[in-house]
Write a protein that binds this ligand. Structure first.
Ligand code: TXA
Ligand code: MG
Length: 319
């Protein structure tokens, strides 16, 4: 029996226009979407996810006209990023208070904005207008990269537009963009190096501001964690020794991980596109196996998208 309600594009568009919440596919992870013109539907997203109200949402738009309605000011630097837009990059700009409800921004003066690349979602936004959408998972849990993951988290409460397996499998990179500088707020599907090469400057801040205040509120909360405890096995440690010492049930590793324990594989070591694409599926599989403790093979290059993999594994192991 199917628990969730699968809807087609036309039905999804009607539901969004009518102020309902619909889970939608994106190229990064599935989102739980509502029209920005329906504040009650936006509030429903927070309660469905059990999301802290102080953690703002990303608005997804489909074209430049929509973007111009949502922000007071588009810095010239934005246009240098056009190779990544549409795509898995979220840009934080000054919010236009006339169009952007405070519920979405959690009272901030800025708003996070992303033009997604998934054709179904782009068409939905073209026809129904911009949507606010966090990742379609229960707060704190691994994100959803398939329609069935949304169903596992929300059951029959949710309509789902099935757009297949998310192409990237990890969330967008988030940056703050001003006229003459930029900051990195969340690592994600685009590497810092790629943004740096397009903008021609290094980020001014990384993740945390000088006052030690996170400038992206989401960094404060628990994230991506399965029920099982993850233990990171650093490069100089032996996987089998660590596995035995911690009495783990499984290893989360790579095709070439040298261990006698049952291993869930993220694919080829240091193939970060593949590793990130599999990550949330594997974190969810860990819970399906009823594992209590899992050892993570943490021996990979911490550069480029390797930094995103590092970030997600560290967060998933913090419980
Ligand atoms: O790939 C993605 O970004 C996915 C898909 C659905 O688009 N969305 C996603 O949303 O990951 P969510 O809600 O799980 O994460 C959004 C992050 C949160 O950490 C939030 O704090 C941050 O964006 N954020 C939202 N508005 C912000 C703002 N004005 N300034 C700084 N950070 C902001
Ligand atoms: Mg999320």
């Amino acid at each position: 029996m199917e628990l969730c309600m699968k809807v087609n594009l036309e039905e999804a568009i009607e539901k969004i226009k009518n102020g309902e919440v619909v889970a939608v596919p994106t190229e990064t992870v599935y989102g739980l979407a509502a029209s920005i013109y329906h504040p009650l539907a936006i509030q429903k997203i927070f309660s469905l996810k059990n999301r802290p109200p102080k953690n703002p949402l990303i608005i997804h738009y489909a074209n430049l006209e929509q973007l111009k309605e949502l922000t007071e000011f588009i810095p010239d630097q934005y246009y240098k990023l056009k190779k990544l837009i549409p795509g898995p990059l979220t840009v934080v700009l000054q919010a236009n208070p006339k169009t952007v409800n405070q519920v979405i921004t959690a009272g901030l003066e800025t708003v996070a904005l992303r033009m997604p690349m998934h054709p179904l979602l782009l068409e939905l936004i073209e026809k129904a207008g911009p949507v606010a959408a966090p990742s379609a998972n229960l707060s704190g849990k691994p994100s959803a990269t398939r329609a069935v993951h949304v169903e596992n988290d929300f059951g029959e409460n949710i309509s789902v537009l099935d757009g297949g397996h998310s192409q990237k499998g990890v969330e967008s990179t988030i940056i703050f963009l001003a006229e003459d500088h930029w900051s990195l707020l969340r690592l994600g599907a685009v590497s810092e190096e790629e943004i740096e090469s397009l903008l021609g400057t290094r980020p001014r801040n990384k993740i945390i501001t000088n006052d030690n205040q996170p400038i992206s509120p989401g960094q404060l909360y628990k994230h991506y964690a399965p029920e099982a405890k993850l233990i990171l096995c650093a490069r100089n440690m032996d996987l089998n020794d660590m596995a035995q010492e911690h009495e783990v049930d499984l290893v989360l590793g790579y095709e070439d991980s040298k261990t006698n324990y049952k291993t869930l594989s993220l694919g080829r070591r240091n193939d970060f596109v593949e590793n990130l694409n599999r990550l949330y599926q594997k974190l969810r599989e860990i819970d399906l196996c009823d594992a209590n403790k899992v050892l993570v093979d943490f021996d990979f290059k911490k550069e480029g998208l390797g930094k995103t993999l590092e970030d997600r594994l560290i967060k998933a192991s913090n419980q």
